[in-house]
Design a protein around this ligand. Structure first.
Ligand code: PAP
Length: 333
């Protein structure tokens, strides 16, 4: 099995014309409508303004390889969990028996970086991603429509993970309260009610939530060999089944010997909420993404926590929107 480099990409090697990129980026960003002091409206979605440099650089420069694997999620749908699972799955021959598994010493966000963060775009340079070993593992919060053209045109695989909108909202709200100050450019109101209103109106991070989910859902129906669509809740309920499906989709099915040896469970155990959240690196470290504390990515990891936060009215409103947006395409939560 091919292996993936368990460290962040090497320093940049391909320089851009500083003024050209800066001016281009400045022009695009300054022309975008903004809301709440930190989100910019770009190609139909609300993207953290701090990510816009990375988004533009990715769209312009990323050359997808046929063997690439891209994890796509809306924030708080299970990104950290699936990053860990993908890394452990693809690298299982190399690392699963190792006492020094990279996941024991690195937060999943370090091992499987976001395309649109500064990891790949620093100041005026784009990282040389061709130096990474195959298959390259990346993540993104971009909608399908905003993915770099080369990703859409290549045969690379996309794993999309979503989560029911009520838990996604509650998780986003908690996260925003914890780390929001790192993202905003001016103070914002973060009451549950205000955030909920914004979420329902589509003004949430990488939202509208429903358009994001739909963009991948439709693509997964049309191109099931390219887009694997997974719900957080399904993965929680039947992790063995879905991990095996995922491996098959990626062309690295578990052999009968591996199954007998308990490899599927080994991966699930390694990547479980309890295991990851209790590792020193995830209790104390800071992530490569805007210096956010790793612990912020581990809260409860449960299905249905929304019951502790949303009123009956809020539930009705969210359910109504979801029904309206999804019923014609057969998507249920
Ligand atoms: P991101 O999109 O900003 O990277 P993401 O990892 O999707 O964040 O969101 C974190 C959520 O996944 C948290 O959910 P909660 O707020 O409802 O608790 C977090 O607890 C949960 N999570 C993190 N790791 C795991 C895991 N190993 N298993 C299940 N859930 C997890």
């Amino acid at each position: 099995m091919a292996t993936h480099q368990p460290v962040p990409p090497p320093p940049t090697s391909e320089s851009l014309e500083e003024d050209e990129l800066n001016q281009e980026v400045r022009d695009v960003i300054s022309s975008l409508p903004t809301v709440e002091g930190w989100l910019s409206h770009y190609q139909g979605f609300w993207i953290p303004t701090k990510c816009m440099h990375g988004v533009l650089a990715t769209q312009k420069h990323l050359q997808a390889h046929e063997t690439d694997i891209l994890l796509a999620t809306i924030p708080k749908a299970g990104t950290t969990w699936l990053k860990a699972i993908l890394f452990a799955l693809v690298n299982r021959v190399r690392y699963l028996d190792s006492q020094q598994h990279p996941l024991l010493a690195n937060n999943p966000h370090t091992l499987l970086p976001f395309l649109e963060t500064k990891l790949f775009y620093k100041k005026n340079e784009v990282s040389d991603l061709t130096l990474l070993t195959s298959p390259r593992l990346f993540a993104t919060h971009l909608s399908y429509s905003s993915l770099p053209t080369s990703v859409k045109n290549s045969t690379c695989k996309i794993v999309y993970v979503c989560r029911n909108p009520k838990d996604t909202f509650v998780s986003q709200w908690h996260f925003q309260n914890k780390v929001g100050a790192l993202m905003v450019t001016k103070p914002v109101s973060n009451s549950l009610e205000q955030s909920f209103n914004n979420f329902c109106r589509g003004m949430s991070v990488y939202g509208p939530f429903w358009d994001h989910v739909l963009s991948y859902w439709i693509e997964s129906l049309e191109k099931p060999e390219k887009v694997f669509f997974l719900k957080y809740e399904e993965m929680k309920e039947q992790p063995i089944i879905h991990l095996k499906r995922l491996a098959e989709f990626l062309g690295c099915s578990f052999s009968p010997e591996e199954e007998e040896k308990g490899r599927v469970n080994d991966i699930l155990k390694l990547c479980s909420f309890d295991n990851l959240s209790n590792l020193e690196i995830n209790k104390k470290g800071k992530s490569s993404v805007f210096g956010i504390e790793n612990a912020s990515y581990f809260r409860k990891g449960e299905v249905g926590d929304w019951k502790n936060y949303l009123t009956a009215q809020m539930v009705e409103r969210l359910d109504c929107i979801t029904e309206e947006k999804f019923h014609t395409v057969g998507l249920k939560f």
